[in-house]
Design a protein around this ligand. Sequence first.
Ligand SMILES: Cc1cc2nc3c(=O)[nH]c(=O)nc-3n(C[C@H](O)[C@H](O)[C@H](O)COP(=O)(O)OP(=O)(O)OC[C@H]3O[C@@H](n4cnc5c(N)ncnc54)[C@H](O)[C@@H]3O)c2cc1C
Ligand code: FES
Length: 311
Amino acid sequence: MARRVKPPRGRSTRSGTALPETSLVFNVVAKDERTPGVFRFVIQAPQIARKARPGQFVILRLNEHGERIPLTIAHHDEVRGTLTLFVQAVGKTSIEMSRLKSGQGILDIAGPLGRPTEIERFGTVVLVGGGFGIAALWPIARELTAAGNRTIALLGARSKNLLLLQEEIQAASSEVRVATNDGSAGTRGLVTDLLEQVIREESPVHRVIAIGPVVMMKAVCELTRASSIPTRVSLNPIMIDGTGMCGACRVMVDGKMRFACVDGPEFDGHLVDFPGLENRLRGYLPEERKSREQFTRVEECRLEEATPPRS
Ligand SMILES: Cc1cc2nc3c(=O)[nH]c(=O)nc-3n(C[C@H](O)[C@H](O)[C@H](O)COP(=O)(O)OP(=O)(O)OC[C@H]3O[C@@H](n4cnc5c(N)ncnc54)[C@H](O)[C@@H]3O)c2cc1C
Ligand code: FES
């Protein structure tokens, strides 16, 4: 169970209203490394687990000095009161999180956030996933298949050992096809090569949902635009508050400014300004690099201090 560790603090909104600050510790009940650098966390968070829907995410803060990072809810178990998250260790906070052990706690988790994925009986739905995006596709595949759709999951990775959740996606979908850059699993090539093939073979495809690196989602949209297949993408801009107030996650969709945390994270991919999103994601690279280097240096010093000198 979540444990209250300190009295709630207030935080001001633009209108000046004080919002209660979450001050709970969420326990890590299981953790393992699923593919190199990608960690699975099962976390006790019963209130979020009760409400979560496919496509939603949480924003967490590891400790009181930590920054807030958004992570997709890959699985939720209402009975056990747990959330499953997959974290790719890419920078300061995700590396720090990857070092947490079972039994340790996370200070704040806010969620479920964002609009859930639309689950309806569409017909044939192709789900395209790359990187941690595959984890986000898992609950979506399960619910779309249960709703009576023919779901074809296309999974892409650089190599076989980097493929996440292949068995789980297999169990959740009508069909799975895999592409790896080096040909170590499935077809050699890109996941978009598989999509081209499926569009040729499976006409009509009623909907495509793509989640993964921006470059992949952009390429998927270029392909499906040509065949006028409705396409949803889950965007991953930098987020801070997750409540639509800070503006950090703004993206242009159909020429209008949208906030991915409250209006998304899923949008009509044919209307998204991908170059704008790529620019905003690149905007903080020097600061992110510096923060990662500082964190690594501090960790190395701690390790040196903890290691007794050789006699
Ligand atoms: C709605 C949403 C859901 C997400 N779900 C997941 C998830 O389930 N698992 C997961 O591992 N990551 C997920 N991300 C991305 C994750 O939030 C970032 O990787 C994380 O914030 C990086 O923080 P950091 O301090 O470790 O790295 P930073 O130092 O902030 O960044 C390190 C590197 O990661 C890149 N990066 C930073 N923020 C993002 C971002 N939002 N998206 C993509 N790359 C980014 C930077 O460009 C940089 O190259 C999600 C992002 C969003 C917006
Ligand atoms: S994260 Fe602040 S407005 Fe979306």
